[in-house]
Design a protein around this ligand. Structure first.
Ligand code: NAD
Length: 498
């Protein structure tokens, strides 16, 4: 069986003390094994990144950007293979994998503009013959730890930006679907990146903890579940590192009585069930304002859901694929069971999903649950499956209070034709990314991505302008070249210009 290894100092190796199975979720069969890095292997990667840093830091930024141009070309040229690897190990349908990859490529495109965004700030004559400027220097060796649900896009949020800013990088992908990430990293070498600038270590907690505690690592970016994000943030910052840790979500859509219901239904289908709901921006709760719109929405949704198709990743006609593992499937089914036990109404039930010929795959069909209340476990926790829950409220303010009181604050959306209501909502809601008649308001690569509350630990959002700030350190230099015949006396008060 193929053993997926690491990419350290420009070379693949399969050093390990332990391994873990990698599955094809579409069939439920084990397809590969992944090597889990030991502390020593991670330290080897850190040493390679540290050795590569001085030269890479001093490489002119236009040359670093040219590697990104070439890398973008290679990603496009190899798109089919990358999507195939994503589909095989994650289970998402090829067209969805292509969308993920394209959103990742857009981050590489943004990284190509580094000569522009790293230009710094300059002020002439801040005092007599004194000039001052700020520049943005790389941090050194930085690390990224990524989740299973976007094995191409989330790594591409991180390392192109970090590397174009002059850092060297160690990536620890999800051990559940590591092949596409490992392949993409090797394309950076083909694009001309010197060995040691980008390293990939596969592994679990042992590898992550080594990255968090090693003093040579200056910063850590993390994307994953909230429990782990909080641990990563606390541990990394306690060891003196800069850290941004993006966590889980519970994204609500408010459906106002004046909303265009056909539009609501079609966009909820994609936003709730696309990628099997395994997206941190998946819309998993529809909050209907008034029973009338709730009843109409449930009727239309159940009708539309009967024609949804799910199955293996290779069949382009499928709307969504399986969940990532058998354990995760059991967890999602457990949440549906708990909603039923706690009094909710299962309107469309996906628990018995078993596509013909793929009965052992990790499938859950699209599920619709009505009469959900805020005290139910399925509402309080992130399900991360193809499950849409409906909560009924009487007013928009009640809907907003519900969202504001939830521990997560990643994304949200309002469906309405009322501009005033939409403006009030987007101005006041305590959530980091807001859509108005847009179900998945994922910011484009030249903005930045992040949630509020327990969906993000740290001060800066991921990628875009905030990404550039995260991976650089400002230095401000103030300079004067005194001429030989100008001498200043000692000055003891704070220098000012009067
Ligand atoms: P996860 O937290 O299980 O794993 C994420 C990473 O952390 C993996 O690389 C994993 O190896 C590592 N990890 C797991 N357990 C660890 C431990 N005990 N100690 C140290 N490291 C550990 O997340 P996942 O299941 O891979 O991804 C799904 C989660 O990610 C969901 O909660 C989803 O909302 C979230 N997510 C958030 C965003 C965002 O931008 N906010 C984006 C994508 C996914």
């Amino acid at each position: 069986m193929e053993l997926i290894g690491h990419f350290i100092n420009g070379t693949l190796n399969t050093q390990h003390a332990r391994t873990q199975p990698v599955y094809n979720p579409s069939t439920g069969e084990q397809s590969k094994e992944v090597a889990l890095a030991t502390k020593a292997t991670v330290e080897e990667a850190i040493a390679a990144a540290e050795a590569a840093f001085p030269e890479w830091r001093n490489t002119p930024v236009i040359k670093r950007a040219r590697v990104m141009f070439k890398f973008k070309e290679l990603l496009e040229k190899n798109a089919e293979k990358i999507c195939q690897l994503i589909g095989e190990e994650h289970g998402k349908i090829m067209h969805d994998a292509a969308g993920e990859l394209q959103r990742g490529i857009e981050n590489v495109e943004y990284a190509c503009s580094a000569p522009e965004f790293l230009k710094g700030e300059f002020s002439k004559n801040v005092g007599p013959s004194i000039d001052s400027w700020s520049e943005f220097q790389p941090l050194g060796v930085v690390a990224g730890i990524t989740p299973f649900n976007f094995p191409a896009m989330v790594p591409l949020w991180m390392f192109p930006m970090a590397i174009v800013c002059g850092n060297t990088f160690i990536l620890k992908p999800s051990e559940r679907d590591p092949s596409s990430t490992l392949f993409i990293a090797q394309l950076m070498k083909e694009a001309g990146l010197p060995d040691g600038v980008l390293n990939v270590v596969n592994g679990d907690k042992e590898a992550v903890d080594t990255l968090l505690l090693d003093t040579r690592v200056q910063a850590v970016s993390f994307v994953g579940s909230t429990a782990i994000a909080e641990y990563i943030y606390k541990t990394a910052t306690a060891s003196g590192k800069r850290c941004q840790a993006l966590g889980g979500a519970k994204n609500h859509a408010i459906v106002m009585p004046d909303a265009d219901l056909d539009n609501v239904v079609s966009s909820l289908l994609g936003a709730a069930f696309g990628s099997s709901g395994e997206r941190c921006m998946a819309l998993s709760v529809a909050v209907a304002v008034g029973d009338e719109i709730a009843d109409q929405m449930i009727t239309k949704l159940s009708e539309a859901m009967s024609s949804l198709k799910y199955g293996p990743y290779l069949d382009k006609n499928n709307d969504f694929g399986p969940l990532i593992t058998a354990q995760h499937k059991a967890k999602v089914v457990g949440y549906i069971n708990s909603a039923e036990e706690q009094g909710a109404n299962i309107v469309v039930d996906g628990r018995d999903a078993a596509p013909v010929g793929y009965e052992n795959g990790f499938y859950v069909g699209a599920t619709l649950i009505d009469q959900v209340t805020a005290d139910m476990t399925s509402y309080k926790e992130e399900i991360f499956g193809p499950v849409l829950q409906v909560i009924r409220v009487s007013t928009m303010q009640e809907a907003m209070n519900l969202i504001d009181n939830h521990e997560y604050g990643n994304g949200t959306c309002i469906y309405t034709r009322d501009g005033e209501a939409a403006r009030y909502f987007s101005d006041n809601i305590k959530v980091g990314m807001v859509g108005v008649n847009i179900p998945l308001p994922v910011p484009v690569a030249y903005h930045s991505f992040g949630g509020w509350k327990r969906s993000l630990f740290g001060d800066l959002y991921a990628y875009g302008p905030d990404g550039a700030r995260f991976y650089t350190r400002r230095k401000t230099i103030t300079q004067r070249w005194p001429s030989a015949n100008v001498r200043e006396g000692a000055q003891f008060s704070m220098p000012t210009l009067n």
